[in-house]
Design a protein around this ligand. Structure first.
Ligand code: ADP
Ligand code: MG
Length: 994
């Protein structure tokens, strides 16, 4: 009742929202009529006029009606003159003038919200309205598509309008060079996929070493097509650029064979239990069987016999009963005991794996505690309360305990990832192995995702399992979640056929409201109730019969599957029946678009995973409407209702006839893991279910949807969780990236350098002055080792307090630096200064990313300590970041005087120093090195940057012939070398080295 009232209110709110836009629609239409008499050039001139008005202070909102009218009028002209456009090699006749609902969609997009518009409503065209309007600012509008093919298609197709009106359009494609990319971004409008945009951002901000290396111009306004797919489905794996790793801590190789042994042992155990269960079932002892099978479920969730028993409602119910019973609070000890009877337990729902005592003994008979997380809290408490220990000793012991704890955490983490790799992740379902690599298969789409990796060591664990090269050599150089990339935009908008069920998430995470826009024509699609079967086999047989029947009548069908694997199974079955069909699994976008476009032809049978052909229009061929239009069958309910709606939406577009139905079985993953089997089994008994027969009832639909809602909730929590952690990183990334950008773009890098050095000096003076007594010796030692200042104690004593020390140090650094650059080419110095800053930032930031990964891993284990891991994570991450900033500053100070644009400049500087200070020693500079001119460039990748720094710090190679002390010096042949260039201790003549 409450739900109904709520819906009523929400419904009307949405309707009110839409109604509020009607006056604007009327105005656009009125203005468009006024544009009809204009000459072609006059229409085009509107663009310049709008830009002029913007420059005079007009707002985009105020221009909206006129700008939309211009786009609409342009479409009318194309339609009237029957313009054809070459799109992806084919001539397409332009025959669209935006409908009123499309104008509404455009207004919603301009306002920075999500427009839910059904498939076939013409969202591609809708996007041109706000895109044109916002592109007038010249700031660059980004239109995001789900794949490269659609980016190219839409930029060519819709590009006709923009170009006609005098705007430029670009399109990002995978594999374009940096120069090409920059050209695309320079356009008023740029089409591309979210990965292309996101990776460009990471390269621009995390790796580029000159402004010329950057390709993006900023993040003003982005419209995301199929926004649910991008912001929800894709958002589960972050974008990562990785490079060579400096340290490696994983031990997957080391534990692999013992884990294999362990898994084998466990499987033996579980198979025995399953066989015993079978006997019990035969003897009529369902309860006993249920208990045994519950154990199998804990220990080996993908056991074949278990899966078979799960299909049968009676045994399935017995298993659920056993589970329910065991999870009661009063039975905790029993559950614990059960878990201890196997080597490890797996929780398939949460993808977690735990070793038991038995498992620990198996892996390390001598020391089972080897795989136990030490109780740090108790240990620390014991140390604290031990009166026999001094402060120093306590600290030492605590540090040792911490180190031991971290080591054990790492070890346990490795083991549990390996267990997951072996027991939950299946080859050819979750991943495939190609060319010695483990490639993730997107579970929603069946698409391979090259370049993406599971995080947290899971990917390496799977690589270890498959015996392929473990990519230990990579570490994260730059990473961002898709959520955080899109939060960069000043304004964000999206469009899709299915956003409503996820409206909360869009609101919470992206602050995007959803407006549901009515269809242009009434939708007459018939959604039939689900058909439920006991087993997958029965389900598929019935499905094939249905396809045969409709195919004989000539009705086209679209069969949606949840995975590539099940597409192939159905295809095999159809082949046996000699039914011609097409199989798509989102691997070849263009080819698939062409096939999907024909899915509405008479007698067509098209099998597709959910993403395949998304974005392509399915038109009915003549006569098909009389047969009932396109019939859509889902072979499985998806984890999310949204994906099911998406599939249903493929038919009955623009008022066409069409129908849809889902086939499900108890063997489906959704039903196995989340179905309320007690309820469903009860319903089935009540409704009377027979073998080989599907059952159909609205109650069943509701049960399935309840299961889906449960999964949706869980997945949302997972995404939110990921994001909460990433938020911390995001703040840090923002600080580092904007610092980097400042350095890249500043005309005066020396200012940045000195700001950094001054901060470092300030911090050091504060620390040294903060002790009692004041640590003046320490300060001098620091200053003289870090920089060639030749500072004397008396100078500081004379100077007075800490402010004066700061001032003195800052002054002396500047003097020393001026001396240094006197020998340098001024342009080279600029590059050098940037290099000193960027080198330090990049190297240490990457190290920091690595450390943060580690923190993330260890923090979850701390949940055992009853602390909120997120709070702990934030606290520690903050500390680590402060430390990072200090380390960067130290490194800048250190490298400032240790680098030079050429060897000769460097040696001249060295030579000049002692004379000035008169002390003949340059602390901290003795082992220094200078990069030669050639080693100055840092290359494109951050990895190269860090090696450049290392090279810069490695002992330098001296060039030129070695001179005897009494030989004449090439610099001034009238002098002996020892009295000329050799006077400062140099082994080379400056002239020769230069
Ligand atoms: P969506 O992305 O909303 O599913 P598309 O943008 O792919 O839809 O468009 C679906 C079809 O509708 C295309 O064939 C397009 O040519 C057609 N179309 C779009 N807008 C109009 C219009 N105003 N008048 C006529 N046809 C249109
Ligand atoms: Mg589309």
């Amino acid at each position: 009742m409450i739900g109904w009232v709520l819906k009523k209110i929400l419904g009307t709110q949405n309707q009110r929202e839409v109604r509020r836009m009607l006056p604007s629609v009327q105005e656009i239409n009125r203005l468009e009529e006024g544009l009809r008499p204009l000459a072609r050039e006059e229409l085009k001139a509107k663009t310049a006029a709008f830009r002029e008005r913007l420059a005079q202070g007009a707002t985009l909102d105020s221009l909206l009606p006129e700008a939309f009218a211009v786009v609409k009028n342009c479409c009318r002209r194309f339609t009237e003159e029957k313009r054809t456009i070459r799109v992806r090699g084919q001539e397409i006749l332009w025959e669209m003038i935006p409908f009123d609902v499309q104008l509404i969609g455009g207004i919603v997009l301009h306002s920075g919200r999500i427009a839910e518009m059904a498939t076939g409503e013409g969202k591609t065209l809708v996007a041109t309205l706000p895109t044109y309007l916002n592109a007038l600012t010249g700031q660059g509008v980004h239109v995001v598509t789900v794949n490269d093919y659609l980016a190219a298609r839409d930029s060519e197709w819709m590009g006709e309008v923009y170009r006609e009106l005098g705007l430029t359009v670009g399109c990002l494609q995978h594999g374009q060079s940096q120069a090409e990319r920059r050209a695309q971004y320079a356009c008023d409008i740029t089409y591309g996929t979210c990965s292309e945009f996101g990776f460009d951002y990471l390269r621009d901000n995390g790796m580029a070493t000159t402004p010329e290396d950057q390709v993006q111009r900023g993040h003003f306004y982005s419209i995301i097509d199929e926004v649910d797919s991008i912001l929800i489905d894709e958002a589960r794996t972050p974008l990562i650029i990785s490079g060579p790793v400096t340290v490696s801590t994983h031990q997957f190789d080391k534990y692999r064979s013992s884990i294999e042994g362990l898994v084998r042992k466990q499987n033996g155990l579980c198979t025995d239990w399953a066989n015993q269960a079978k006997e019990k079932v035969e003897a009529g002892d369902l309860q006993g069987a249920g208990r045994l099978l519950f154990r199998v479920k804990l220990g080996s969730p993908r056991n074949k016999l278990l899966l078979k028993f799960m299909e049968d409602p009676a045994t399935r119910r017995a298993i659920d009963d056993a589970e329910l019973e065991m999870y009661q609070d009063t039975r905790r000890t029993e559950l614990y005991k059960t878990k201890e009877e196997m080597y490890f337990t797996i929780d398939e729902r949460n993808s977690e794996a735990d070793l038991s005592e038995m498992g620990r003994k198996f892996l390390n008979p001598a020391d089972p505690n080897f795989f136990l997380v030490p109780d740090l809290i108790t240990t620390n408490h014991d140390i604290d309360t031990d009166a026999t220990l001094g402060t120093e000793e306590k600290l030492k012991r605590k540090q040792a305990a911490q180190a031991g704890y971290e080591e054990a955490s790492q070890r346990i983490h490795n083991i549990s990832q390996l267990l997951r790799a072996y027991c939950v992740f299946e080859k050819d379902v979750h991943y495939v192995v190609q060319e010695n690599k483990v490639l993730i298969v997107d579970e929603y789409t069946g698409r391979l995702m090259p370049g993406r990796r599971w995080s947290d060591g899971l990917h390496q664990a799977v690589e270890a399992k498959e015996g392929v090269q473990i990519d230990r050599e990579t570490q994260t150089l730059a990473t961002i979640t898709i959520q955080n990339y899109f939060r960069l935009y000043e304004k964000l908008a999206g469009m899709t056929g299915t956003a409503e069920t996820e409206a909360n998430e869009f609101k919470d995470i992206y602050r995007l409201g959803v407006v549901v826009i009515p269809t242009n024509r009434v939708c007459v699609r018939k959604d039939q109730d689900d058909l439920i079967f006991k087993t997958r086999r029965e389900k598929l047989n019935a499905l094939i019969e249905e396809i045969k029947k409709r195919n004989t009548a000539g009705q086209p069908m679209l069969v949606g599957t949840a995975s590539v694997e099940s597409s192939e199974v159905i295809s095999r079955m159809l082949r046996r029946e000699n039914i011609p069909h097409n199989v798509l699994n989102a691997k070849y976008h263009q080819q698939e678009a062409e096939i999907v476009a024909r899915a509405g032809e008479r007698g067509a049978v098209t099998i597709a995973t959910n993403m395949a052909g998304r974005g392509t229009d399915i038109k009915l061929s003549p006569g098909v409407a009389d047969l009932g239009g396109l019939h859509v069958v889902g072979t499985e309910r998806h984890e999310s209702r949204r994906i099911d709606r998406q599939l249903r939406g493929r038919c009955a577009r623009q008022g066409d006839p069409g129908s849809s139905q889902f086939y499900i079985s108890f063997e489906d993953d959704l039903m196995r893991n989340f179905g309320d089997s007690r309820r469903i089994a009860g319903l089935m008994t009540k409704l009377g279910m027979e073998d080989n027969e599907g059952l159909q009832h609205p109650w069943l639909n509701r049960s399935v949807e309840t299961a889906q809602k449960r999964v949706e909730q869980r997945n949302y929590q997972i995404r939110k969780h990921t994001l909460q952690y990433d938020d911390v990183m995001n703040q840090q990334r923002t600080v580092i990236y904007s610092w980097r950008t400042d350095i890249l773009t500043t005309p005066d890098p020396r200012k940045e350098v000195f700001e950094t050095v001054d901060e470092r000096i300030g911090a050091e003076v504060e620390t040294r002055a903060g002790t009692d007594p004041v640590d003046l010796d320490g300060l001098i030692h620091w200053a003289n080792t870090a920089m060639p200042l030749g500072l004397q104690k008396e100078e500081l004593q004379d100077a007075g307090g800490k402010d004066a020390w700061k001032a003195l140090l800052k002054k002396r650094v500047r003097e020393a630096y001026e001396l240094k650059v006197k020998f340098e080419n001024p342009e080279a110095v600029k590059a050098l200064e940037k290099y000193v800053l960027l080198g330090a930032i990049d190297r240490l930031w990457q190290e920091h990313l690595y450390a943060m990964d580690g923190l993330r891993t260890s923090i979850n284990l701390r949940a055992y300590g009853q602390k909120d891991p997120l709070i702990e994570y934030k606290r520690e991450a903050y500390g680590m970041f402060e430390e990072l900033m200090e380390r960067i500053k130290s490194e800048v100070v250190l490298n400032l005087f240790r680098s030079a644009s050429s060897l000769s400049a460097f040696e001249h500087f060295l030579a000049a120093l002692p004379q000035r200070t008169g002390r003949g020693e340059v602390p901290g500079l003795a082992p220094a090195a200078a990069p030669t001119e050639g080693s100055m460039s840092m290359g494109a990748g951050g990895g190269a940057a860090s090696t450049a720094v290392d090279e810069a710090l490695a002992p330098m190679k001296r060039q030129g012939p070695k001179l005897g002390r009494n030989d004449p010096c090439p610099m001034d042949p009238n002098k002996k070398f020892k009295n000329c260039c050799g006077a400062t201790g140099s082994k080379t003549c400056f002239k020769v080295a230069a």
